[in-house]
Design a protein around this ligand. Structure first.
Ligand code: UDP
Ligand code: MG
Length: 314
């Protein structure tokens, strides 16, 4: 019987310093797990350094490499989707290019997959050498996300995971542009399980998630999966309206039945500041949802592939 194929999907954005090392580690793991055929999909997400040149210069690589080059930087999630759209495997292992997620973990993922799990996601127990800010914001984000999204998105998981062909095919039916892959994969369902691992420091180079990218990633995740944030606005509206009812009674009492009704600018200022602040937050939130509708209705492609190349087919 022919061996089944498993596809590595690796998004790369300015990873010239790590890519060769990553490919080495990946080929080692692939050689070790030789009961499967392996292919490697590299997505060059509009790198401005020599990532593409480095990849094109590779000689005698033991796996078939498919290199997809985007016409510009479209983002991590789009790159992952492009990889899935172009892979042929019975399963695919999505992994970052910077070796923070050790490729060796794929072996344990495959064991679970062979037992019938359709999604095996890596769940981090330790994140080595990432700064406090990143760890703290990630901690808050995953918990907020779980609170606000109706579906259960596992905490502390990134995109490092193995997904079965069934799930890859399902994901291709999604036309939505707000591509928050880990949310979509949780939404799809099927049997899912985690594999615990320790996250290593980046092998070289710096993070490609600037603060701006992190924030827009977080907002995308939060506003694409449920209406709960909007409902929170409604609840807070009710809450403050009820409070203001007591406030009105109090104001009337002071005005009509006492003499000291001139004082109180502090209370007024605070009320205005508080309520206008809350209103602005929720107007912003409404804007996010309307913005999502805006992008969805435009129905532009998720990404543009400038070049697709098959290298080193052995
Ligand atoms: N990445 C990408 N496009 C981007 C940003 C990141 O393809 O616009 C890739 C990057 O090359 C890496 C992965 O996504 O393989 C995760 O990025 P990074 O390691 O910089 O993020 P962090 O681990 O710091 O959250
Ligand atoms: Mg990283």
């Amino acid at each position: 019987m022919d061996k089944k194929t498993i596809s590595w999907v690796v998004p790369c954005f300015n990873e010239e310093k790590v890519i060769l090392e990553t490919l080495k580690r990946i080929s080692k793991v692939s050689k070790k797990i030789n009961k499967y055929n392996w292919e490697l999909i590299l997505i060059n997400d509009g790198s401005t350094d020599s990532t593409k040149k480095t990849i094109l210069g590779i000689k005698n690589y033991p796996l078939k490499i498919i290199l997809l080059s985007f016409s510009r930087n479209f983002g991590h999630q789009q790159a992952v989707q492009a990889g899935l759209d172009n892979c042929t495997g019975s399963a695919s292992v999505i992994i970052d290019a910077d070796l923070q997620d050790p490729p060796e973990i794929a072996e344990r993922m495959i064991e679970k997959w062979e037992k019938g799990y359709k999604v095996v996601y890596g769940q981090r127990t330790i994140r080595r050498q990432e700064n406090i800010f990143k760890k703290f914001t990630a901690f808050i984000f995953y918990r907020l996300l779980n609170f606000f999204s109706g579906i259960k998105i596992p905490v502390d998981t990134g995109d490092f995971r193995l997904i079965d062909r069934t799930v890859i095919d399902e994901l291709q039916k999604f036309s939505e542009k707000g591509r928050f892959m880990r949310g979509l994969i949780a939404w799809v369902g099927f049997n899912q399980i985690s594999v615990l691992y320790e996250r290593d420091p980046r092998f070289a180079g710096v993070t490609k998630y600037s603060l701006r990218k992190m924030i827009s990633f977080a907002i995308e995740g939060l506003t694409n999966f449920s209406r709960r944030p909007l409902r929170l606005a409604t609840f807070m509206g009710f809450f403050f309206s009820s409070l203001s009812f007591f406030g009105i009674v109090y104001v009337l009492y002071i005005r009509l039945l006492t003499q000291n009704w001139v004082a109180g600018w502090a209370a007024i200022c605070m009320t205005i500041l508080l309520s206008s602040g809350i209103q602005l937050i929720f107007i912003g939130l409404l804007g996010e949802y309307i913005g999502n509708i805006f992008f969805e209705t435009k129905n532009r492609p998720l990404y543009i592939v400038e070049e697709k190349k098959v290298l080193n087919k052995k």
